[in-house]
Design a protein around this ligand. Structure first.
Ligand code: PLP
Length: 388
């Protein structure tokens, strides 16, 4: 049976060209970039080349990119780094109620350390109202962190508008752009952000490597202490093959972004249209237009997301019920609840995310298989019986 992978938002396969670019940095060009001999300089040169490519992808300067172990570390670095460096100015941080756990849990940690966090609400589409940001700022606010696009429902947030507000107020602005970098155009100057998190494995790069963009002049304390790597901002011997892979993935993304964005949008819309036409009592979660080109999230009434997921898996179709991190827990998605969905609607949710190797035939297969699975599950569903 041919397997169909529709979980690109959880992770992407590493592109063969990325694997090829990385391979010599394991055993041939294996030097420590801090060494001054030729092995070391070879590795250092490769890192700097990758830094330029990643910086170009988001219109940043090379020295504003600090490599990390992934998106989670970049988020932790941004929030804790700014919070602890600017404590004397204030202790208030504003974020949204739909952030990834990497931001949410960091905020909860900071709350336990005496910081005050405001979790802004979102509307039914998962959108933050920039006026809410403006209204919530106090003279104690030191940081605002709002994700660029949500990983579960794909809604793209009004970052440029929020950026104008934070700039006027002179407050640092961080965005978690893990789901957008490499998928839609991202320009740190247009967005008006001071800090931006990225992760290579979401754009056909390897796992375990990411980066934080830090605008020149931003005051933050280092997160990992030790050696002098990454301009003393992130100690530890660099993950050279990973960073080289991230660079290659960024280069490929830059070349393919506009064509791929258009192709995936067509596949996404084909899937949404088919699902809404062929299944009763189904709703699209997230904004109908202002959403990632690769994301489809639906709630199906009277069935459990987990049951649909397992039945699809038996048919070789791999999807998600929410974010990858929450797929082993039965807790309702905090994102869907924040958007006003009931626990039942949240439990009946499925996320499809298309990507580079998704075809129209794959989408057609989902549209053929899923209605049958839902009909079978509903026939056994106590939820539907009690509704009748
Ligand atoms: N932020 C968002 C929006 C994500 O979707 C993810 C991964 O799912 C992360 C952060 C964490 O990134 P990483 O897996 O590289 O730690």
């Amino acid at each position: 049976m041919k397997r169909i992978y529709l979980d690109y938002a959880a992770t992407t396969p590493t592109h063969p060209e990325v694997v090829k670019a990385m391979s010599s940095y394991f055993s041939e060009a294996f030097g420590n970039p801090s060494s001054i001999h030729s092995y070391g300089q070879e590795a250092k040169g490769a890192i700097e080349e990758a830094r330029t490519t990643v910086a170009n992808l988001i219109n940043a300067q090379d020295e504003e990119i600090i490599f990390s172990s992934g998106g989670t570390e970049a988020d932790n670095f941004a929030l804790k780094g700014v919070a602890f460096a600017n404590e004397s100015k204030g202790n208030h941080i504003i974020t949204s109620s739909i952030e990834h756990h990497a931001v949410m849990e960091t905020c909860k940690f900071l709350e336990r350390r005496g910081f005050k966090i405001t979790y802004l609400p979102v509307d039914e589409y998962g959108l933050i109202n920039p006026d809410d940001v403006r209204r919530t700022i106090t003279d104690k606010t030191i940081l605002i962190s709002v994700m660029h696009a949500n990983n579960e429902v794909g809604t793209i947030e009004p970052i440029t508008e929020i950026g104008k507000i934070t700039k006027e107020a002179g407050i640092y602005f961080h965005t978690d752009a893990v789901q957008t970098v490499g998928h839609i155009p991202v320009d740190v100057n247009e967005l008006g952000v001071d800090l931006l998190s990225m992760s290579a494995h979401k754009l056909y790069g390897p796992k375990g490597v990411g980066a934080l963009y830090i605008r020149k002049g931003t005051k933050l304390v280092p997160f990992v202490h030790g050696g002098e790597q990454e301009r003393r901002r992130r100690a530890s011997t660099e993950n050279v093959p990973g960073i080289v892979g991230f660079g290659k993935a960024a280069e490929l993304a830059q070349q393919e972004i506009s064509e791929e964005e258009e192709r995936l949008t067509c596949l996404r819309d084909q899937l949404v249209k088919g699902l809404l036409e062929r299944i009763d009592h189904v709703r699209l979660n997230g904004h109908p237009v202002t959403r990632l080109p690769n994301n489809v999230n639906i709630s199906v009434a009277f069935v459990e997301g987990e049951s649909m997921l397992l039945n699809l898996d038996l048919e070789g179709i791999c999807v998600s019920t929410g974010s990858a991190c929450s797929s082993s827990s039965l807790e309702s998605s905090h994102v869907l609840l924040a958007m006003g969905l009931s626990h039942e609607q949240a439990h009946g949710s499925l996320r499809f995310s298309v990507g580079q190797w998704t075809t129209e035939q794959d989408v057609e297969r989902v549209l053929d298989v899923l209605p049958r699975i839902i009909a079978k599950l509903r026939a056994m569903s106590p939820l539907l019986k009690s509704h009748r």
